[in-house]
Design a protein around this ligand. Structure first.
Ligand SMILES: Nc1nc2c(c(=O)[nH]1)N[C@H]1C(S)=C(S)[C@@H](COP(=O)(O)O)O[C@H]1N2
Ligand SMILES: [Mo]
Length: 402
């Protein structure tokens, strides 16, 4: 910040500026004009925040994930162009006019829906996060995530528009023996997951729009299953089939993957609800407190798959004491919640961290608490408290020693 001086000379030049503006308004002095109107907007060329990609020489470029730059985000909505991606066999190119959804199995009347059929139903719009169960995996290992993007970037939050799945099931007539819905994607790997019927009837949505426009191809265009608060993998993109069944299908993605090996050697299956989590996004790893000792806003994101965030606390003294952060209102259930707290940095080395409590009373665990319960299995569903280390020179790192 530069200090501005109000001198007589400044005031005179200000007056000169005003005269020029008035002249411009009168079109007396044609100057170089700006760019004309455009049909579809783009961000300023000065903005460079992007998703991180796997190495360019990956032998399997159609599988993998890209991460949202959470450290650059404002508020709670992720721009669609920066929503994280996780594809198991690439993004299919689907013609919405030809796409259909089959609903069959334990129903009285199997049905086939076009996109137009689905848009004919009363619609709902809801704000929810999507998070991959692999998000936070870095925190199990010694190579901790060095920025919010690296540690927590497999999570994003959008406004989704579509139809409650329950509306379709009412139309098809669900058989009393139906306890699961087996949902299948139209991508080459036909990703398939079994979803408990209670979840489907509670708040499952078939979404065709994201942040006010049709879904992005990367997010499942033209149709996706959106299961608020459930692990990302179950949110089947490019959805083409739902089969009502008495039993889960035991597919690859609910047996070989996305299960949690526990310390006693058994594996936990169907870890569907994502537990409360938070991360400070600014100031965070890779950034610097460039204004020296003084006041800084600490801000970040918290979310829970079990409902609303009830409280976010921040510690700026290595976890010794905690202060309540302010939460941006309104707070939505199973959505990103933006939190903020003013902090007066005294110029000493310290560490900062946040912890979230959700409306069920569940408190985000420390790394040690998580390891006691689950072991250090380098697997999925890591929601431990994330710490950023601040050095006396103001630089911030994910690691005390770096
Ligand atoms: N059909 C299909 N659905 C899918 C996937 C996929 O590869 N194919 N990936 C899943 C995984 S593992 C995650 S984490 C989320 C990612 O959603 P996004 O790419 O919109 O962020 O979609 C899920 N749904
Ligand atoms: Mo995932």
């Amino acid at each position: 910040m530069k200090k501005l001086q109000t001198s007589r000379r400044k005031l005179l030049s200000l007056a000169g500026g005003l005269a020029t503006l008035t002249a411009c308004a009168k079109k007396e002095t044609p100057t170089e004009l700006g760019k004309p109107l455009s049909k579809y907007g783009d961000r300023s060329p000065h903005e460079t925040s992007v998703r991180t990609l796997p190495p360019a020489d990956s032998p399997t470029p159609s599988t993998g994930s890209s991460r949202t730059p959470l450290q650059d985000s404002y508020g709670i909505i992720t721009p669609s162009s920066l929503h994280f991606e996780r594809h198991h066999s690439g993004v299919p190119d689907i013609d919405p006019a030809k796409h259909q959804l089959l609903l069959h199995g334990l129903v009285n009347q199997p049905l086939m829906y076009t996109l137009d059929d689905l848009k004919h139903f009363p619609s709902v719009s809801r704000i929810h996060f999507v998070e991959c169960s692999g998000n936070g995996r870095s925190e199990y290992s010694a190579a901790l995530g060095s920025t919010p993007q690296a540690s927590h970037g497999l999570a994003s939050c959008s406004e989704w528009t579509g139809v409650p799945v329950s509306a379709l099931l009412k139309e098809a007539g669900l058989h009393p023996d139906a306890k699961w819905i087996i949902a299948e994607g139209a991508d080459p790997c036909h990703l398939t997951r079994s979803i408990p019927i209670a979840k489907i009837m509670d708040d499952a949505l078939l979404v065709y729009a994201q942040n006010g426009e049709p879904l992005r191809p990367e997010q499942g265009y033209p149709l996706r299953l959106l299961l608020p608060g459930y692990e990302g993998n179950t949110n089947i993109k490019w959805l083409r089939r739902m089969m009502a069944s008495a039993e889960p299908a035991m597919t690859t993605h609910e047996t070989a993957y996305y299960t949690d090996l526990l310390p006693d050697g058994k594996a936990r299956q169907f870890s569907l609800d994502l537990e409360a989590k938070s991360v400070i996004t600014r100031p965070s790893g890779g950034q610097k407190l460039t204004y020296g000792p003084g006041a800084y806003e600490i801000t970040g994101l918290a979310w829970s798959g079990r409902g609303k965030i009830a409280r976010v606390e921040i510690s700026t003294d290595n976890g010794k004491t905690w202060k309540d952060a302010e939460m941006q209102q309104p707070v939505f259930g199973k959505a990103f919640t933006r939190f903020r707290l003013m902090w007066n940095w005294d110029g000493q080395a310290t560490s900062i961290r946040s912890r979230a409590t959700d409306e069920t009373g569940y408190l985000q665990p420390t790394g040690d608490e998580l390891a006691d319960a689950r072991g250090r299995n380098y697997g999925y569903h890591n929601n431990q408290i994330k710490t950023w280390f601040v050095k006396a020179d103001g630089s911030i790192s994910h690691d005390e020693h770096v």
